[in-house]
Design a protein around this ligand. Structure first.
Ligand code: G3P
Length: 214
């Protein structure tokens, strides 16, 4: 499973990249709004720090402006993936951009039939949101598993990018289900390393070592 950082914060991104565990980055307008600076400059800086796809989301919802904004974003860097919401104009723009070899990620996907349509438009990625379904007492991982089953049934090449991952169990669920990619907030990423028995084991090893040396 590829691991992406779900953030527009350059320090968080560099920190994870330095561990050699970063395969890409996803952003969205809410994440970018948290950062200082101009949108394209933020995205260009992220592209310089990441050896992999960097997903940038236009905010236009009309087809013409959305396509124009998407093409401008794609011009920023060869690693830019354009991230477009799951709406009819979004799928139409996705089809046009994909035909020009501009990779598109369709985001804000909340059921398997939406994901089916995304694959048929030639989207390079589809982004189902697990956490926001769990928030309303749905079961996000079941939706993810349905998408994975449908994509296997028809050998769709669209990569499944599990998002809205609020805690380590969401990452576990995405991996067990077979998502191609998990995009993980920095806080959750760092939680993945932690286990109290690991900490206790290290303490015991060092304590026994010190005793033996004396
Ligand atoms: O990339 C999508 C992700 O940022 C959404 O996460 O926690 O706002 O549902 P969340």
């Amino acid at each position: 499973m590829k691991i992406y950082a779900d953030t527009a914060n350059i320090e968080e991104i560099k920190n994870i990249a330095a561990m050699g565990l970063l395969d890409g980055v996803t952003t969205n307008p809410s994440l970018v709004a948290k950062e200082k600076g101009e949108f394209k400059e933020i995205m260009a800086n992220i592209c310089e720090a990441v050896n992999g796809p960097v997903h940038a989301e236009p905010v236009s919802l009309e087809a013409g402006p959305m396509e124009k904004e998407s093409r401008e974003l794609a011009e920023i860097h060869k690693n830019i993936v354009v991230k477009i919401p799951m709406i009819p104009t979004g799928l139409a723009v996705c089809k046009k951009l994909s035909q020009d070899d501009i990779p598109v990620n369709i985001t804000l996907v909340f059921n398997a039939t939406q994901a089916l349509l995304c694959a048929k438009t030639g989207a390079a990625y589809v982004t189902p949101f697990l956490g926001r379904l769990d928030d309303i007492s749905n079961i996000g991982v079941e939706m993810l598993s349905d998408i994975i089953q449908i994509y296997e049934n028809y050998a769709f090449e669209t990569e499944i990018l599990a998002a809205s991952l609020r805690h380590p169990v969401h990452v576990l669920e995405a991996a067990l289900a077979g998502a191609d990619i998990a995009t993980i907030p920095a806080k959750v990423f760092h939680q993945l390393f932690k286990h109290p028995l690991t900490d206790r084991g290290i303490e015991a090893f060092l304590s026994d070592w010190e005793k033996a040396k004396k």
